[in-house]
Write a protein that binds this ligand. Sequence first.
Ligand code: GLA
Length: 517
Amino acid sequence: MNPKANTRFGHAGRLSPIRALLILCVVLLGVLPVAAQTDVSGFWVLNVPTGDGNVMKTFFDLKQSGDQITGTAWIEGRKLAISEGSITGGKLHLVVNLSSRDPQHQAVYEGTAQEEKFRVVVHNPGGNVAVGIAARTTGDAMAPPPRLPPPALHEVPENGLVLAPPMGWNSWNKFAGRVDDVTVRTMADAMVASGMRDAGYTYINIDDTWEGLRDAQGNITGNLKFPNMKGLADYVHSKGLKIGIYSSPGPQTCAGYEGSYGHELQDAKTYAAWGFDYLKYDWCSAGNIYQDSDLQAVYQKMGDALLASGRPIVFSLCEYGHGDVWKWGAKVGGNLWRTTGDINDSWQRMDEIGFSQFEIASYTQPSHWNDPDMLEIGNGGMTADEYRTHMSLWSLLAAPLLAGNDLRSMSEETKSILMNAEVIAIDQDPTARPVKKISEQGPLVVAARLLMHQDLAVGLFNRGDAAAKVSVTWKELGMHGKLQVRDLWAHKDLGKIADQFSAQVPAHGVVFITVGH
Ligand code: GLA
């Protein structure tokens, strides 16, 4: 027997009640779960398998005071504050707000202590539930990789693609992380069967969450949802369509998948070898390494890589309008560049984005387009009038027309909006002259764009909540005399009209006309 232990606890025959209590306390502490007695302060990594072969890592830097927890979470490359945190009886509860605009957009983490770890159930916005294990880690584990110096600036030669705004379909708005090979193939089928291809929609674009891991040579692979990228590209091509892919200049994409950081040339070559025709390149976690002042150089790197790949690949910049991209997007080989944050399927967001674009319209030119984000038409969150406003406004802006709905189950109304040939013709007008705001009176906005044959496309918009009369004079449009007016949604010639045009416009609606001789 250890003599020191004897000294400490005395002899068994002389155990006093106080000593007995002390011993009981020590024994009890020894069997309680670790997390109930230890402070959870420190760095944690939560590993959540996504089911497609990837494991999403979320990092936490926690500070515990009593049973309250504060700190920070790194979710999909973003550093976010923990808005609510507690631990009671080995049960961990953390809430992180994912959007500054929408307080309901939260991730909730419910952890149960398991020895040194927690089993965590993650409640994501939209009802998606995932399960993972959180373990302690170090601060270094979540540091971004070292900064690769961005290249010196130069002008990337023109690729000559998309002389009119690109038209197609993208998976994100409707499917987000649920997109897979079958969805993409059936969407290509539906693009043809619905008449969308013949209406001009060409690109089938896979957005985030197709990515798998890199192989031993560092080549990117598709994940379990995308077992055969080349086969998929071949299939889409066999339908007379083109195919697009997605990546990030950062180490991770916005959904936390593998990005192209340090692999730009290699990835461009892989996309070309698979047969891809379009790359959307999304800033995401590059923001943890670079400043906005590096945007141009970082995008230039991929612009060069795409040209070097030897395949014509449309280059779509996605940087949420940061760094006045419209001033340098063309110089990095960009064919289109995002001018705003993400759209969603609500009148409020579409209206906010769409009507904020007039000032920068003059930066748009053939092969280089402002991109106010993809279409939500047919996704169900807006009325038909609102979707007609969406389509009319995007066409006046010469915006890319990338449908974001399920093409396999479109209502006749959705089809009539997405496939209105007269409205599409405005979007695709070869002169790409910039739209101009003609007047704005409260919620009533008139905007016009000069077309190829000197006709004008004129949108009479009512952003208000009640129907209203909206007017425009020929003088305001720089025209005079009697002009031929055609209603592009009614598909009707309204005859020759003198001096001015007025229309009753529904709430959140539009009357879209051409005016000419
Ligand atoms: C960002 C982009 C979106 C979409 C998602 C994918 O939010 O702006 O268009 O690509 O990333 O994670």
